[in-house]
Design a protein around this ligand. Structure first.
Ligand code: ZN
Length: 306
């Protein structure tokens, strides 16, 4: 079986300015490394379509989509919050990013590929139903999960998020959904400073203190995520794949390595094989140290290809 690699050239045209860590060079670094290490020809490449308004409306409010469209600049860059900025091509790129997750779901549900990785930006997991934040506009992984459920082919999906930041947007969109289990590991306390006292029955938090590394991460996954995932028995598994907890990444103070990301992917791969016919859709979130990001994505894809 095959692994899809889904992206779009416009995902490199969203640019929040030369100082911004969420930069077009991230995708170039990943693709250069996959070519240099010989992995690229093993992947099936697909171009991401734009998500339709109907697909976005499954997880975002119409008024929010309209407000973003109205704010999209004709020239230059405008800020929607101190960290999150749009250039004239941002929303088009964001529609391709969300559309990648939709395409991934369709390919996996059709059995054309076993699993899929969406190499896209802008990222998505901080975007709430009616708020852009944390570099995110449309919640790509949520659009994908909602598309899978709307297909009628699956009734239960899990989203696991190992980005170093809590996936507040995904949690806000799906909290209290009986069809979605959301498991997130993250440095805590840290942006976006989610109140962990707020709990929904379908949400599993695995907070990790600054300064810790792979051992703490693996314990969190083993003890917090895996029992909940086994009980829920998802029919499809989504991964918010952020690699900004890498020890080389200056965005955070966790000390993960590509071996930890490979380990997590192996655990999730086995879980998907047991419960979900191996169906995995992984969507890029953060990861800002370019060499560490490229090596980590490669380690993640090595397992998805296995
Ligand atoms: Zn992040």
């Amino acid at each position: 079986m095959h692994t899809a690699y889904i992206s779009h050239p416009l995902c490199r045209e969203h640019d929040a300015g030369p100082w911004h860590p969420e930069a077009p060079a991230r995708l170039a670094a990943i693709e250069d490394h996959l070519i240099a290490t010989g992995l690229d020809p093993l992947l099936r490449h697909y171009e991401a379509p734009q998500a339709t308004r109907e697909q976005l409306l499954r997880v975002h409010d119409a008024a929010y989509l309209d407000a973003l469209d109205l704010r999209s600049p004709e020239h230059g860059v405008i800020h929607v919050d101190p960290d999150t900025a749009m250039n004239p091509l941002t929303l088009e790129a964001a529609r391709h990013a969300a559309g990648a997750a939709v395409r991934a779901v369709d390919l996996v549900l059709a059995g054309e590929v076993q699993n899929a990785f969406c190499a896209v930006r802008p990222p998505g997991h901080h975007a709430e139903r009616r708020r852009a934040m944390g570099f995110c506009f449309y919640n790509n992984v949520a659009v994908g999960a909602a598309h899978a459920l709307a297909s009628g082919q699956v009734q239960r999906v899990a989203i696991v998020d190992f980005d170093v930041h809590h996936g507040n947007g995904t949690e806000e969109i799906f909290h209290h959904s009986e069809q979605v289990l959301f498991c997130s590991s993250f440095q805590h306390p840290f942006y976006p400073y989610t109140d962990l006292n707020f709990r929904a029955p379908n949400v599993v938090h695995a907070p990790i203190p600054a300064g810790l590394g792979g051992e703490a991460f693996r314990v969190a996954v083993d003890e917090a995520w895996l029992p909940a995932l086994a009980r829920f028995a998802p029919q499809m598994l989504f991964i918010s794949a952020g690699f900004d907890g890498h020890r080389d990444d200056e965005m955070s103070q966790l000390c993960l390595t590509e071996d930890d990301y490979a380990w997590a992917t192996r655990v999730l791969h086995a879980l998907a094989a047991e419960h979900a016919d191996g169906r995995i859709v992984s969507v890029l979130e953060g990861g800002y140290d370019l060499p560490a990001l490229a090596r980590s994505v490669r380690a993640h894809l090595d397992v998805l290809l296995s």
